[in-house]
Ligand binder design. Structure first.
Ligand code: ADP
Ligand code: MG
Length: 729
């Protein structure tokens, strides 16, 4: 009997894979023809809405003004007709609960007309507010089940769109999700609130520079999404991949990513076809996807759209993840968004390119041409330095999850210590402030750093060499935050960045205003602010190798937090200064932050618990039997050889017996540990236990199993191995 039939079948299926008939070709339909086809966009609104209604809505969207509720019925009617023309039968309020997923509940447009027929109905109030039965979403005790009815509220700033299915389409309306008492139960609500906060404080700073703009200052995000694609047959033959999204066992392949032959390599045809269809679906939804390429690890890829206002960019990122998952299936592929599907090769992140600005002013992190704009730039940069120094732990907490823990701090992703990379040139400029107004510099001679008027040296538009090891890198006109995981929503991180920046910009405005009221000249006031930041907060600047042990020691010396794992990081959400910050800007109250910490800790526990159970099951039902069979064969051979008087060397038998025993021990210990963990009461305690006790035992089981994998005959091994999964397509 062959125990590895699923594995063989998977390989068989791949060798006989044939691409289906192409469903489209870009040479026939250009991206321009379909771009935004399924979006209730500004253009559609201008064409279809009465002028006054359009102008009112447009103002709300672009200026962030309160919506006039009297226009809702008209907008709803027009939106409904547009959607029905596009084949929609249903509508749904789309929201982002704290599970980190996208949630939707569909309602039909159709209502009985009382005469035996039906009419299509969609009123303003149905557009503005929905009442999904939300009792099953995590609320961290904020909303007891008897008053379960949270409600969804239309987010006017993110356009409605149509999703297609072979059997029809439906209308999607992006919404916030709140309790009746106004408690935020989702990721979008705090994000929108934080956008208002950072706009207010940024405008204060700009006003001091005498810069006035008609548009609000918004935060922009460009989200680079990494992912793996593997043949879905392997997924079916690997319960760990299928259920946990990552391999819990698997010996290192003979060849991994060490040849660097994958990064920017030629994209395999089947993968490229899949990417093109992903892009086509995203074009229809007006997601401005720009780049695609092979990533560092085998079978790893990246897709990146152009940056957009962060609220929209984050909604679009959810669409990108969903589209990748869906379309991959049509090509017999499985899209893995897990941060670390395979040990020993790179995991996947989601870089957040973050900036502040608007269409009139561009990026406020852009140095600009004139000394005046340079000075403004330096204030915004200084604000970021202060923000990350004060609230790096918060930023770390926003990327904490069981899956991202496998990536952060491994030698491929930025470490869990939050620091800023500025590049040498910009660091030098800031350092010059510390030294005072003037400074001697070897080659450059005597250079005056006098913000605003004198000879501030031209500032870098590109910091030169990219530093991939920094969690927060200045990249010319934006900051790139690299600690976010591939499967995570960027909402919590961008919310934190917005609030942290609001706080620091508010601090800058206060500082400069105070100096001005003491009759300090403007340029000196600005300088003294920058000097203050560099004196107090330069510990967070680090341009070296973030992966090195030296940096870990140095960071400790500088007093920077090193929150190594999720149970250590999440409590920062309720640190008194973080609570004060979020409450001061009306983002989240203490109870809401506490609920979030609890929900995320609970998710952490459930994730590790599920994986631990999978380890036990796979070890017992798949790996242990293979080891035992081989043991039997070896013992049999040894006995036969002894019977005919030949010396039998039993090294392999000893080895295999040893690993089988190790595996058995690890599984028994793991089982016991889970039981004692289940007996713990506090979530925080549980999470720490999963982290410190359960994960190492899972690793122990894995080590034994992986050793067996490299010894047990191939025909006895049931799980597809890393080579097969990563290199066959
Ligand atoms: P790289 O690989 O060099 O990081 P990519 O082109 O893959 O570059 O991604 C860069 C991302 O940064 C894109 O999404 C891009 O639109 C975005 N971006 C560019 N300028 C800004 C900006 N001012 N603010 C926010 N994001 C930006
Ligand atoms: Mg990048």
């Amino acid at each position: 009997m062959n125990s590895n039939s699923a594995r063989r079948a998977a390989i068989q299926a791949i060798t006989t894979y044939k691409a289906g008939n192409p469903s489209f070709n870009f040479s026939e339909t250009s991206p321009a023809d379909i771009f935004g086809r399924n979006v209730f966009s500004d253009r559609v609104m201008r064409e279809r809405l009465p002028k006054a209604v359009y102008h009112s809505l447009h103002k709300t969207i672009t200026l962030g003004e309160r919506m006039d509720p009297s226009i809702a019925d008209t907008v709803a009617a027009v939106m409904k007709d547009w959607a029905i023309e596009k084949g929609a039968t249903h509508f749904t309020h789309v929201f982002y609960p704290l599970t980190g997923q996208t949630a939707e509940k569909h309602d039909s447009f159709i209502m009985p007309d009382g005469r035996g027929g039906v009419i299509a109905e969609f009123s303003g109030s149905m557009l503005i507010r929905g009442e999904p039965d939300a009792s099953s979403f995590p609320s961290g005790g904020l909303r007891s089940t008897f008053e379960a009815r949270g409600y969804t509220a239309w987010d006017v700033t993110s356009p409605a769109y149509i999703m297609e299915n072979p059997n029809g389409t439906f209308l999607c309306i992006p919404t916030m999700f709140l309790s009746w008492t106004g408690v935020a139960l989702d990721k979008k609500t705090p994000l929108l609130r934080s956008g208002q906060a950072v706009n207010r404080e940024a405008q204060r700073v700009l006003a001091l520079f005498n810069v006035h703009t008609d548009l609000p200052i918004v935060s922009y995000a460009g989200l680079e999404q990494e992912y793996f694609l593997v043949d879905h047959n392997f997924n079916f033959a690997r319960p760990d991949l299928q259920i946990a999204g990552r391999t819990l066992f698997g010996a290192r392949p003979a060849k991994g990513q060490e040849f660097s032959d994958q990064y920017f390599g030629v994209i395999p045809q089947r993968v490229l076809s899949c990417m093109m269809e992903v892009e086509r679906e995203l074009y229809k939804l007006a997601v401005p996807v720009r780049t695609r390429h092979n990533e560092v690890a085998p079978s790893q890829y990246e897709i990146a759209p152009l940056f957009e206002p962060s609220n929209l960019a984050i909604d679009h990122n959810h669409l990108i993840m969903a589209t990748l998952r869906n379309v991959a299936k049509r090509y017999g592929l499985k899209c893995l968004l897990h941060e670390k599907p395979f040990a020993g090769i790179n995991g996947s992140g989601k870089h957040v390119n973050y900036s502040l600005g608007n269409a009139e002013l561009g990026s406020l992190f852009d140095p600009g041409e004139t000394p005046h704009s340079n000075a403004k730039f330096l204030v915004f940069c200084a604000a970021m330095i202060r923000a990350v120094h004060k609230y790096g732990g918060l930023l770390r907490a926003t990327v904490a999850s069981a899956s991202n823990d496998h990536r952060l701090g491994a030698h491929e992703a930025p470490p869990a210590i939050m620091s800023i990379f500025l590049g040498d040139q910009l660091t030098e400029v800031f350092e010059a402030f510390r030294a005072g107004r003037t400074e001697d510099r070897g080659e450059t001679g005597r250079r005056r750093i006098n913000v605003g008027v004198e000879t501030l040296p031209p500032l870098p538009t590109d910091p030169g060499d990219r530093n991939r090891t920094s969690p927060m890198a200045f990249t010319g006109n934006r900051f790139e935050f690299r600690a976010l995981g591939s499967s995570q929503s960027a909402a919590s991180s961008v919310t934190a960045l917005n609030v942290m920046m609001a706080d620091s910009l508010g601090f800058a405005a206060d500082w400069i205003e105070r100096e001005l009221s003491n009759a300090t000249p403007f340029n000196e006031a600005v300088q003294s602010f920058i000097r203050h930041v560099i004196e107090e907060h330069s510990a967070v600047i680090f341009n070296g190798d973030g992966y090195s042990d030296v940096w870990h020691r140095e960071a400790r010396r500088r007093g920077l937090p090193d929150l190594k794992n999720t149970p250590e990081a999440l409590p920062v959400l309720v640190r008194p200064d973080v609570v004060e910050l979020y409450e001061r800007y009306g983002i989240l109250k203490k109870a809401e932050l506490t609920a979030r910490r609890d929900i995320y800790l609970d998710q952490y526990c459930k994730t590790v618990r599920t994986e631990a159970h999978l380890v036990i099951r796979l070890a017992r039902t798949v790996i242990f039997p293979a080891g035992m069979r081989y043991q039997g064969e070896l013992a049999h051979t040894a006995a036969q050889m002894a019977a005919i008087g030949l010396e039998s060397r039993v090294t392999t038998l000893d080895e295999v017996t040893g690993y089988v025993r190790l595996l058995q021990d690890a599984v028994l210990e793991l089982e016991k540990a889970i039981a004692s963990c289940d007996a713990l009461q506090e979530t925080e305690e549980k999470a720490a236990f999963y982290c410190q006790e359960i994960l190492p035992l899972m690793q122990k089981a894995r080590d034994a199993a992986d050793a067996l994998e490299t010894r047990v005959p191939d025909d006895l091994w049931a799980l597809p191995n890393y080579e097969e999964i990563l290199f066959d397509k």
